[in-house]
Ligand binder design. Sequence first.
Ligand code: 1CP
Length: 343
Amino acid sequence: MVFIDACFRRPTPYTPIWMMRQAGRYLPEYMEVRAQAGNFLNLCHNPVLAAEVTLQPIRRFGMDAAILFSDILVVPNEMGMELEFIKGEGPNFPSPITTQADLDALHVESAAEKLEYVYETIRLVRADLESQTALIGFTGAPWTLATYMIEGHGTKTYAVVKKMIATQPQFMHALLEKLTHVIKGYLERQIEAGVNAVQIFDSWASALEEEAFFEFSWRYILEISEYIKAKYPHIPVILFPKGISGYLERVRAIGGNFDVFGVDWSTPIELAKAKLGDRYVLQGNMEPTRLYSKEATRKGVEHILHVMNNEGHIFNLGHGMLPDLEPENAAYLVDLVHSLSKR
Ligand code: 1CP
């Protein structure tokens, strides 16, 4: 698989590409299946429909990797937290974690098993996907999941979870340890079901100052990655901590056993290459809003491919696809990356 070869820095005929949130609301065929499922969470729980929407962008655009269709928040949901997706507002946990009793009530040993619908989706996708196309499994990072579990929903200030860090750091660590344990079992089972690579999304990494990022987020991510690499050295691990361009020096100094570093759009690709490019394969990092214009897309692609020079690179967006993007421009992007990077 071209994508897996690139993850391990083996020679490839061109630079592989996939897009974060490549399955989703910008595709009319996705909207149809979601309507059929009734709501978003039903779609995640239905392996036949989740497999279908995983495959939709591959059929249309021919990316080099599919990403399992699910959501990071199914994990806290199966740890016993009620979850709803409110139309137009996003995810909501009506009873966020506030007390020791809430923490003690979380299911830690059974959660990974309860996610069986995810593993069934993986088996169905893998059976249908062509052999040269990789399937990526994923999880949220402990820190990003913990922000939702403590705040209850998305936040701009992180006021509640940061107060927790300041006033009850041990409580925070206890929650992060539980999540780390569940996630190890979750990724292992995804791999046993057939994913060819895994990505850990730390979407809210940038909410933390440097000290706090390494204490409350990165160390747990590395612990998960080390665990997976020790057991499955042939499975690439991709880490995506969003918005931490100022901390790359320390990421490098600490090191860690993972294969690919996901570069978000706010980090200049030149900087990521200079700090990490000889140590980790880089994935990224076109600004997603460039996809509103073919001209801006072309300039973005040319710049990134020029800097990376066909080496140690997987093309991606620097964060997810936006719901109002034109599918036609996604097709343009995939074809452009494939043709301009041909060796
Ligand atoms: O209305 C809808 O159809 C729901 C929109 C939607 C979709 C398509 C949500 C709700 N989740 C998803 C799918 C999803 N989520 C995938 C599928 C695979 C793909 O990439 O194509 C993945 C990998 C995720 C991961 C995810 N969910 C993250 C991490 C990645 C990121 O974008 O930063 C986060 C933070 C979430 C939480 C979440 N779920 C959904 C929304 C709208 C959000 C974000 C809300 C917020 O900003 O707080």
